[in-house]
Write a protein that binds this ligand. Structure first.
Ligand code: ADP
Ligand code: MG
Length: 623
């Protein structure tokens, strides 16, 4: 999931698609990384050797690294989490205060200060997120902007703790009883940068990151996979707050002081420019972006009053020329590689993968899901108007009816996406929980009528996202790559590939989902839903636009799921497909059930023929 925005592979045959070219690119990148790391590590010796002003040049790199840490945090929240944060300079300020307070006022150690800063950052971020859980993208931005102002203003007014307008100075790190040398502190900063990078990378590549990215793309879809949007956001933004707090701590320790001006949005501009220049939603983009800006600012330091202007123009040009930033553009240009390794079309394997487990825990006569007296009105529209429906385990249950008859709304009522006007929903004999993600956790997963894929990530990652509910590791486990995490991750990837193979998508696993055909996307959505290991799978018009091969794959999957004891609910227009597959069919019209029973009964029902008048193809079929 680390690759953001990979372009669909479309170019063929050019030099840039050859295996050799990509190998050279990979090697060149590797060399570049090694050189960059070596230079960073040896920087103090280099400056010492070549310049009388070594500590000045060390300071520049250390400051850039501190900015990079903050930009990584911004990238996690804005890029991967889709949360527009205008409070990052405020988080840095708060972090700076925490360390300054611990070191100057409480005479504590600087490490304790850093820990306190992280804690303050987490706390602040979590608080802000809690009050804005329901806010949309823009409103969230405004709330964080307000929070930023509050932090700055508190800094100015709360003199006893923050030192007021003047701030706190004398924030110096110590090693034992001695002040730490600037050189030693340089390495401390580098270590924290490496740490922030690793935290970002490990979270983004784990289920924790996938959950947050799923919520970014669509919180409805995330809920259908049992992901709690609130929890996913809280977790990610909390981590962002912690990282930003640490950056604030290092800032105060590096400069020796902290004052309210640090939190001003003007000072936060550099993080945004760095992020967009380097590449939002890429792992290394923020670091590269900030590094480039640091170099640039240094080059024009004699004309310092133009710095803001130059940064503004740079941001504008970057957005126009390389909207994905440097790293994003580089990545996209590499996407042609996929064509080289394309194995061509898949043939469907005969073996049913074990990864679809049997559902045998319920009594067969208890409905898997049941709606009693369901009513849902939208103003004057009686979308669902007193529907009773029982769906038994181990069956495929069709829901048919003309367009606008309330099929999708009925399903949204069953899965609790809609608040019911009246009626109740039972899942395996127990009252259904109220939130959609809890319904998914109870074993009922749905696929929406409108495609809801995560287009920007790989096919495999889409399937992995469906497994979030079963992942037992914590964000810390993912960050530290605990053995439990690695074991689970390996098993999940293998399972996801098996599922993809069964649906004929194996050779597409590493492609961006956006590169699939319409039919493949629909199938992938079904596979992703199956990956949640549901007991009830609800498919809203999955067959629309499928080729006959894809239709076969879908039908096959539905039959296998039925054999394994699942209840499959199929809303469908393709009459042949429905009649050939379903054990039981419910026909709705204008929000009411007009017929139910096995396919034969439904096909010969006068009420159904009546409802479908004006659809001659169906009448012929049923005649
Ligand atoms: P179907 O899936 O059978 O085509 P729907 O359940 O989508 O039908 O829609 C049933 C009726 O409810 C339609 O008249 C539709 O316009 C209306 N409807 C569905 N969702 C909403 C909504 N969120 N707000 C207002 N009206 C809606
Ligand atoms: Mg519909």
């Amino acid at each position: 999931m680390a690759t953001a925005d990979p372009a669909p592979p479309e170019r063929a045959g050019s030099l840039f698609d050859t295996e050799l070219y990509h190998r050279i690119r990979t090697v060149a990148m590797g060399v570049l990384v090694v050189v960059a790391v070596a230079v960073l590590l040896m920087w103090p010796s280099i400056t010492d050797y070549y310049s009388y002003n070594a500590s000045y040049y060390n300071g520049i790199v250390a400051s850039a690294a501190i900015s990079a840490i903050l930009t990584i945090s911004l990238n996690l929240s804005m890029g991967y989490g889709g949360m527009l944060s205008m409070m990052h300079s405020g988080l840095q300020l708060a972090g700076g205060y925490a360390t300054a307070y611990v070191v100057v006022k409480a005479s504590g150690s600087w490490l304790l200060g850093v820990a306190a800063s992280a804690a303050v950052g987490v706390l602040l971020a979590v608080l802000v997120l809690l009050v804005s859980l329901r806010a949309t993208y823009l409103y969230f931005g405004m709330i964080t902007l307000a929070a930023n102002l509050i932090v700055i203003e508190s800094g100015r007014e709360w003199e006893s703790v923050t030192g007021g307008i003047v701030g706190l100075s004398g924030v110096a790190p110590k090693l034992g009883d001695e002040p730490m040398s600037k050189q030693a502190f340089y390495y401390v900063v580098l270590a924290f940068l490496a740490l922030a990078y690793v935290v970002q990378r490990n979270i983004v590549r784990s289920g924790v990151g996938r959950a947050a990215m799923a919520v970014r793309e669509s919180s409805d879809t995330a809920s259908a996979m049992g992901i709690s949007p609130a929890r996913a956001k809280l977790l990610l933004f909390g981590v962002c707050g912690g990282i930003a707090g640490v950056s604030g701590a290092l800032y105060a320790l590096q400069l020796g002081f902290i004052n309210p001006d640090v939190g001003l949005l003007d000072n936060g501009i550099i993080f945004f420019v760095g992020l967009f220049l380097g590449g939002i939603s890429t792992l290394i983009g923020p670091v590269i972006g900030v590094a480039l800006i640091a170099v640039l600012v240094e080059l024009i330091k004699d004309q310092a009053r133009y710095t803001t202007l130059v940064l503004g123009v740079l941001l504008l040009v970057a957005m126009m020329v390389i909207p994905r930033g440097i790293v994003g553009t580089w990545r996209a240009s590499r996407a042609g590689r996929d064509r080289v390794s394309d194995a061509g079309d898949d043939t469907l394997p005969d073996e049913v993968p074990d990864v679809v487990p049997e559902v045998r825990d319920a009594a067969p006569e208890v409905p898997a899901i049941e709606g009693v007296g369901l009513v849902k009105h939208f103003g004057g529209v009686h979308a669902v108007d007193g529907v009773d429906i029982r769906i038994m385990p181990g069956t495929v249950h069709g829901i048919i009816g003309p367009n606008g008859s309330g099929k999708s709304t009925l399903v949204s009522c069953l899965t609790r996406y809609h608040r019911l006007d009246s009626g109740k929903v039972m899942i395996f004999g127990e009252e259904a929980p109220a939130a959609p993600h809890r319904v998914a956790a109870a074993g009922v997963t749905r696929v929406f009528q409108v495609p809801h894929l995560f287009e920007r990530v790989s096919v495999l990652d889409n399937v992995l996202t469906g497994m979030r509910m079963r992942e037992s590791y914590t964000w810390l486990g993912a960050t530290l790559r605990s053995s439990a995490y690695r074991r689970q991750d390996r098993a999940e990837r293998a399972e996801a590939r098996e599922l993809l193979a069964f649906a004929g998508l194996a050779s597409r696993a590493d492609w961006p989902a956006s590169s699939l055909s319409h039919g493949q996307k629909r199938l992938l959505e079904v596979v992703r839903a199956v990956a949640t290991r549901p007991k009830v799978l609800i498919l809203d018009e999955p067959a629309t636009g499928l080729t006959s091969t894809e239709l076969d794959a879908l039908g096959r999957l539905c039959r296998v799921l039925r054999e394994r004891g699942l209840a499959v609910v199929l809303i469908e227009h393709d009459v042949d497909f429905v009649m050939g597959l379903c054990d039981e069919i419910t026909v709705v019209e204008s929000g009411k059930v007009i017929e139910r029973g096995d396919p034969e009964r439904v096909q010969s029902s006068p009420a159904v023929l009546e409802a479908y008048l004006g659809r001659p193809e169906l009448i012929e079929e049923t005649a």
